[in-house]
Design a protein around this ligand. Structure first.
Ligand code: AHZ
Length: 323
């Protein structure tokens, strides 16, 4: 499948974590600038409008560009971020856009269980920790990262440093684009977005219309709880594409983790579901505070996305035929 548009490779440099943005070549010397901590620290001069335009230009150019993406990932928890990392590093040519409703990405992966800091990950998902260079203690069947935030902040920084990834946080997916495709099938063809603060206020203000991102594949990893948990699973039901929610079952670590990883799949044409959202869709057990299943599901979702992309022809973000 051809990417929607090619990325400008001249802007990037190869590092041990893959391609990263080159530092800007625009450097002006200001004589009166000084990094001096003896009371003489002096900044380069700036106009307020420069700051505004520096943000606005980049943000809205990015939005314009990503109105057509190759893959949209909904939710930047442990499953969504792992999917983004695997997908973006395997296919640096794909435009991957992450939409995260919260201001702070990371979902529930800033802590382990009952607000404690260590994070438990069952083998073989420890291989992913080695890949992204997160240290851990090996306890045999499982490993422990000293603080869940070490995992999440490392993963987040690796993902955001990749040139083909864009993340829009404080932005909610509040609906799915659903088209009839070339074969007459209902297909998820993108996402409907709004600022989260707007999405949370539809019952206090009259119609505040959303925006859209068109793409051939959506990966939904919105978790099972939180203000918008299991968003796409619930929308599939109300859109008539799923008869009813399976509803997440009680905690069983040994049943849950393999079930989530092995069932991560395209649940409706164009929509792959990953992480704990799948437990609500399928009626699978929860695992509580062990995160190997989220890593495995994120990687499986990336494989599924590539399988879908390789099986369709896409024009302007729309699937026009199968290969
Ligand atoms: O903010 C949500 C979170 O960061 C985001 N999200 C939810 N709805 C959204 C929407 N638009 C945009 N409509 C949305 N973003 O999705 C992210 C979900 O992260 P998570 O950590 O809640 O889910 P996960 O499946 O990646 O990880 C689940 C971790 C759990 S829960 C659990 C248990 O309860 O037993 N065990 C584990 C390991």
């Amino acid at each position: 499948m051809a990417p929607v548009q090619t990325l400008d490779n001249n802007k990037f440099v190869e590092t041990r974590f893959g391609k990263q943005l080159k530092p800007s070549s625009k450097s002006t010397t200001y004589d009166d600038v000084a990094e001096n901590y003896d009371g003489q620290y002096r900044f380069a001069p700036i106009q307020e409008a420069q700051v505004s335009r520096a943000m606005i230009k980049r943000y809205f150019e990015t939005m314009y560009d990503r109105a057509i993406s190759d893959v949209v990932i909904v939710g930047a928890g442990s499953a969504g971020l792992t999917c983004a990392y695997h997908l973006a590093s395997t296919r640096p040519d794909l435009k991957i856009t992450i939409i995260e409703a919260n201001v702070a990405p990371g979902g529930g992966a800033w802590l382990g269980g009952q607000l404690m800091t260590p994070m438990v990950i069952r083998k073989p998902a420890d291989r992913f920790l080695q890949e992204i260079c997160v240290p851990y203690e090996d306890e045999g069947a499982y490993v422990v990262v000293k603080h869940a935030a070490l995992f999440t902040s490392t993963l987040l920084s690796r993902v955001l440093a990749m040139p083909n990834v864009v993340m829009m946080n404080a932005t909610a997916v509040e609906d799915l684009i659903i088209h009839e495709d070339h074969a007459g099938q209902q297909r998820v063809a993108g996402v409907v977005t709004n600022w989260t603060l707007v999405a949370l206020n539809h019952d206090t203000q009259s119609c505040m219309d959303p925006n859209t991102i068109t793409c051939p594949v959506v990966v939904s990893a919105t978790g099972h709880d939180g203000p918008m948990g299991a968003f796409s699973a619930k929308r599939l039901v109300s859109a008539g594409l799923l008869k009813e929610l399976g509803n997440m079952r009680g905690l069983d670590m040994n049943r849950s983790e393999p079930a989530i990883v092995n069932n991560t799949r395209e649940v409706a044409p164009g929509l792959i579901m990953a992480g704990m959202e799948l437990s609500e869709h399928d009626g699978k057990n929860r695992m509580g505070p062990t995160f190997g299943g989220m890593i495995g599901s994120g990687i499986k979702a990336a494989h599924e996305a590539l399988r879908v992309l390789d099986s369709v022809n896409v024009v302007e973000g729309k699937v026009v035929s199968t290969i």
